[in-house]
Design a binder for this molecule. Sequence first.
Ligand SMILES: [Zn+2]
Length: 262
Amino acid sequence: MPELSFAHPALLWTVVAIFGACVGSFLNVVIHRVPRGESIVRPPSACPKCKRRIRPWENIPVVGWFALRGRCAGCQMPISWHYPLVEAVGTLLAVGCLWQFGLSLHSLLSFALLAAMLAVALIDWQWMIIPDGISLGFLVLGLAVSPWSQVGIWASVVGAVVAGGLLLVVGVAWEKLRGVEAMGGGDVKLMAAVGAFLGAVPALLVIFFGAFMGAIVGGILMRRSGQAKIAFGTFLAAATLVVVFVGQPLIDWYTSLLRPTG
Ligand SMILES: [Zn+2]
């Protein structure tokens, strides 16, 4: 049996890009079905209007949508451009992780976390919910793989408790002070999962960036429409992307500032 060799780098990049696109395609199913309480396995994808089954070649990530010119081949109903976009972002995330972290377990775990965050970002934006299957699923996964990850088991447990706990405390305090629910329990569970994957310090950075971005966008919405109910999970997901790629250099730079010189 010929050994699958990645001696040629172009092959590795191609395989990883296709893998990312296929994960993106799966995320489309998750994003569409999970908030509606539907199974992500059955039935096979079909046009919501004319019920025509999606043919295998039409299901090819990104390419299928362009080949169909963004319309169902049966009834010409437009198919949202969100589908190829999520597939393209999936590709970018996979290639970005390979670029940044090489072919490693850390790379695979980073990609898994970011793929989940992509689904969370879009589901929370649209539905204002973060499905437990994703948040609790990734909390368990993050803890389970931690003995072999760069984080380690204790840092993973501490990360989950600190990040989830902080949001819980802030949420409860806010509710007591203002009498309105500031954060859903979904955000708490999501941050526990992020903490389990990244450890406490990067997870706190995620909360900081997420709150910062959320405050800016919330402020803009407030000015425009007088209401600022934002999906915090979407911003936490975006902040996780930032921290996975540039968090460690930022933390190193910051600690170097604190270190006494001379
Ligand atoms: Zn159709």
